[in-house]
Design a protein around this ligand. Structure first.
Ligand SMILES: [Cu+2]
Length: 202
């Protein structure tokens, strides 16, 4: 009896000490480093296509170095591509030799729910804010004359005391002959992971 109780207690103790649930599996471009969270990160959420608009929301984010910006995608098929301020609607890697791995999320086709209820992509795309320089981006969807040309652009850490504004970036994007440029080689520069909150109220 005593032995049985002791065994039970030891079993319970072992359960309590068991390792936490394994981290979710992240996948990314070939050869990408495995992503593990060593500490909670501040995560800023940006939603592409809210209300059917060709917009990122919010399209202007202030994010401290070390934080995460997480892109969620609503219908119908958006993406996010890093650009350079002076070359909108083109992958930054096309114009900036210092950024060969500028980010591209790939596309996120999402079928609207028949009942009109809100739905979003099963995966999200995360980037890490590595420094305090502005990060310019656009949607690479070429349909309908190009989402970038139609104003689907955004910025992280715009410098508000300079002429390099989101509105200027958007104006210049509208002048670029469609379609938007896409990087060769697929998803890169961030992490495309299972949506941690797929039923969130977007
Ligand atoms: Cu789009």
């Amino acid at each position: 009896m005593y032995f049985t109780t002791l065994t039970t207690l030891l079993t319970l103790a072992a359960s309590a000490l068991a390792a936490p649930a394994p981290a979710p599996t992240y996948h990314n471009w070939p050869g990408a480093p495995t992503k593990t969270y060593t500490a909670p990160r501040i995560t800023h959420t940006v939603v592409a296509g809210r209300g059917g608009q060709l917009r990122f929301d919010p399209e202007n984010v202030v994010a401290e170095v070390g934080s995460i910006v997480e892109f969620h995608f609503l219908p119908a098929n958006h993406s996010v591509v890093e650009a350079a301020f002076n070359a909108p609607c083109r992958p930054r890697s096309d114009v900036d030799p210092a950024a060969p791995n500028s980010f591209f999320s790939g596309f996120f086709p999402v079928t609207p729910n028949p009942d009109g209820s809100l739905c979003q992509s099963e995966e999200v795309f995360q980037i890490e804010v590595k420094d305090d320089k502005p990060i310019w981006y656009y949607c690479g969807q070429p349909g309908g004359g190009g989402h970038c040309q139609r104003g689907m652009v955004g910025v992280i850490n715009q410098r508000f005391d300079t002429p390099f504004t989101l509105e200027k970036f958007r104006q210049e994007a509208a002048k670029v002959p469609p379609p938007p440029g896409l990087p060769a080689g697929g998803v890169r520069g961030g992490w495309r992971i299972p949506n941690p909150n797929p039923l969130g109220g977007f």
